[in-house]
Design a protein around this ligand. Structure first.
Ligand SMILES: [Zn+2]
Ligand SMILES: [Zn+2]
Length: 172
């Protein structure tokens, strides 16, 4: 990242009036991709799984439509409540109760009647095959993903095969 972070703003050399405005106008503005890849990391702090913390953001026209983090459906115990990851307790993939960040972000749109066709989804972990299917079927056209390599490439391959533009974000 070659832009100046907010905590690096300096007001020491600014003129005595309009201090902060002067400095903001001098810095290089981050792109929306850079901003939203920071947002997914903040959203991921709300995750309730003990195994990993994932955040997702859905945008349309460069504005946030929805966000999600990994947890369980409303009304169920979280991994953080039981002290053991529910994925392990479930035993098999079919019965695991976990809802992924991407799924929660899409479900929130379903709940509120918001169309995601033509949207971009940002996420900070490998996309699984189920999330990839939902993204393709709901009309999401671009995915910006920072891989954590805790999953595999199946989801990303499915996205690409289905015509979704996948941009892999570098790990820093
Ligand atoms: Zn868990
Ligand atoms: Zn998933």
């Amino acid at each position: 990242m070659d832009y100046i972070r907010p905590d690096e703003y300096s007001t020491t050399n600014a003129p005595s009036s309009g201090l902060l405005c002067y400095n903001i106008s001098m810095r290089k503005r981050p792109s929306f991709d850079e901003i939203y890849m920071e947002v997914v990391d903040v959203i991921a702090k709300r995750a309730t799984c003990l195994r990993r913390s994932v955040g997702a953001v859905i945008t349309i026209d460069r504005r946030i439509l929805s966000h999600g983090y990994n947890g369980v459906p409303p009304g169920h115990e979280h991994c953080t409540d039981t002290g053991k990851c529910l994925k392990d307790l479930a035993g098999t993939e079919e019965y695991k109760i976990c809802v992924h960040a991407e799924q929660n972000a899409i479900c929130q749109c379903a709940k509120r009647g918001l169309a995601v066709e033509g949207a971009t989804l940002y996420v900070n972990a490998d996309v699984c095959i189920t999330c990839a299917k939902l993204m393709v079927s709901s009309g999401i056209i671009r995915c910006v993903v920072r891989r954590d390599h805790k999953g595999n490439s199946d989801g990303i391959e499915l996205l690409r095969k289905s015509g979704v533009q996948v941009d892999e974000w570098p790990n820093v």
